[in-house]
Structures are given as C-alpha cells and as structure tokens.
Ligand binder design. Sequence first.
Ligand SMILES: Nc1nc2c(ncn2[C@@H]2O[C@H](COP(=O)(O)OP(=O)(O)OP(=O)(O)O)[C@@H](O)[C@H]2O)c(=O)[nH]1
Ligand SMILES: [Mg+2]
Length: 326
Amino acid sequence: MAANLTPEYLEAEKRFKSARSANEKVEALEGMLATIPRHKGTEKLQADLKRRLSKLRAGQQRRPLSRVGLMHRVEKEGAGQVVLVGPPNSGKSQLLRRLTHATPEVADYPFTTRAPLPGMMAFEDIQIQLVDLPPVHPDFPETWLYQIIRNADAALLVVDLSDADLLEDLETTLAELRNAKVGLGAPTAPNSVGWVLLKTILVGNKLDASGAPEDLEILKELYGDRFPILQVSANTDEGLEGLRWAVFELLELVRVYTKAPGKKADLTAPFVLKRGSHLIDLAAMVHHDFLTQLRYARVWGHGRFEGQIVNRDYQLADKDVIELHR
Ligand SMILES: Nc1nc2c(ncn2[C@@H]2O[C@H](COP(=O)(O)OP(=O)(O)OP(=O)(O)O)[C@@H](O)[C@H]2O)c(=O)[nH]1
Ligand SMILES: [Mg+2]
C-alpha cells in the first residue's frame, strides 16, 4: 500500500487480525485509527476504520451486563477456546499454570477452583485460550459452569492417573455432563435438540506418580475408541509439548499468511480460519471489498507449485501463503 503506514499502525493491524473478541477488535481498531497517517491517500481507509469501529461499539452496548457474583462467563480470545474439565483435584489448574502465564491456585484438596480462569497458550505462531474451571461434580451444581463448557470450541478432559478411584470419578464427571446435555468425544450422545458435542482429548495427568502406567492401560482399553488419549505430567512437563500440538489439531484450524505482489509474505501474524474454509473466506477477512472484487490468488504452500493460480473456491491448507489479486 502506498500510504506510508507507520510501524505502530502495522502493529495495531496485526492485533486486529488475531483479535477474536469484540473488545480486542475495538482496542486494535482504535490503535489503527490513532496511528494512521492523515493524508489524502488514506482517507478511504480512515473512513473504513471508523465505520467498522462504530459498528463494533454499537454491538457492544446492546449486550446486557452479566450479574457479577452470580454468573461467570469467559469471553473468547485467540484462535480457539478450550475448557479444562474433569473430576476434583485432577490437576486442571496445574496444567493451566504450565501451559499459559495464568496463575490459578493449585492445592492438594478438591474444589480449590471456584471460578473460571482463562489463560493464553502459545502454539507456534498463534495463541489458543485455555479455561480452567471448577470440577465437574454433583457437589458443584452451578449452571454457569455448564454454560461455559457448552459454549467452548473443544475440551480437555483431565483425569488423575494416580487416583485409585479414577474410573469412578471419570464416570461421575461424564454423567454430570450428560445431565447438562453435553457429550464429550466421539458422538455417543444423541444428536438431538439441546445437545452439544465437544471435541475432546482425554488427558491422563500425574504420569510421574506411582501406579500411573497401569491406570493408563485401563483407560486406553475402556475409552480409547471414544477419545484420543494423551499422558502428561503437569509437574515434570512430560508430554506437554505434544499436548499443545494435539490441542491445535483438535480445533481443526488452518493458518494462512498473506503477501502483497512483489513483496515478501508477513510470516508473523497468520489469519486463522476453520479447516475447510475457502479462499473467498480469507478474502472477506482481509477486506470486504475483496468479496466482490477478488479475481484470483496465487498460492505458495506444500503440494502446489510455487505461485500457482487458484480461484475463490480453493480450499485453504495450513501454512499456505496467499497473494490476493483484484
Ligand atoms: N504428582 C503430580 N501431582 C500433580 C500433577 N498435577 C497436579 N498435581 C497435584 O495435584 C493437586 C491438585 O492439583 P490442581 O491443579 O489444584 O487440581 P484441580 O484439578 O485444579 O483441582 P480442583 O480445582 O479442585 O478441581 C495439587 O496438589 C497438585 O500439586 C502432576 O502432574 N503430578
Ligand atoms: Mg483447580
């Protein structure tokens, strides 16, 4: 763009690209507006930013205030929202500590966590939101807990491999979720009105503890068909890198980088889309004008020859580099 945009502007634009919540978007757009050079060449862009900002602000004001203290909700941020669910004391909070910068309370007794706490987990060049929750158990019958779970994009079902009552505790958790019409893992629950099915990884935690390997074998035998199962230790960090990758896989996302003709691609801030998205979906994210004006794109990525021309129905692949032409 020949508008001589400043590094501050480009930085704000980067934040906008990866923004997920309305708040994040408003903040980033405000940053873009504040730093955009004011001259003839940017007038259209300025007007466009103002339009988007007022639309977002209008949407925000309509939202009712949550009843503080009685309800909790967690606004989505980053490329996806993944809830940590499981029986009491299984190590959900400790996992959040190890995978993000959040610092929830961790203690050797059940029902330590009483409210949701989000944290951002880095995976390569994107951020995924993890949400630590109170245990899913009959003794914590708060409806907001189930609302948060139902609203998530995916779940980590965390169990304690050193727990003698592992199977019983796991079944209690699954039964509570069924009561709330939440089905985890492969769709065993009826796919009927009111049900939510969440893609889920079963995480066997406390792998460092004695007895863990045997419990893991039993878990695989009984639940291997229903969930992908990962073994980790949130104390020693064993298996946590694999878990980051598995969470990214679970969300079924693609990361796409854009480049301007004749320029190098910006490989720092990908657009993140659902797997199965097409070129036109990316174009709409980049700029709404592209919806009507996009003629073709060139793509650099695995399985294609460099710079191959593709049309609007091209299905995007993870790590594609795309050059849009109008
Ligand atoms: N040995 C071992 N202990 C762990 C591990 N992860 C967590 N713990 C311990 O297990 C206990 C419970 O951990 P939390 O993270 O508080 O468990 P939680 O699932 O958040 O518990 P609630 O909030 O009550 O549902 C603490 O004493 C932790 O130190 C692990 O990988 N190995
Ligand atoms: Mg906890």
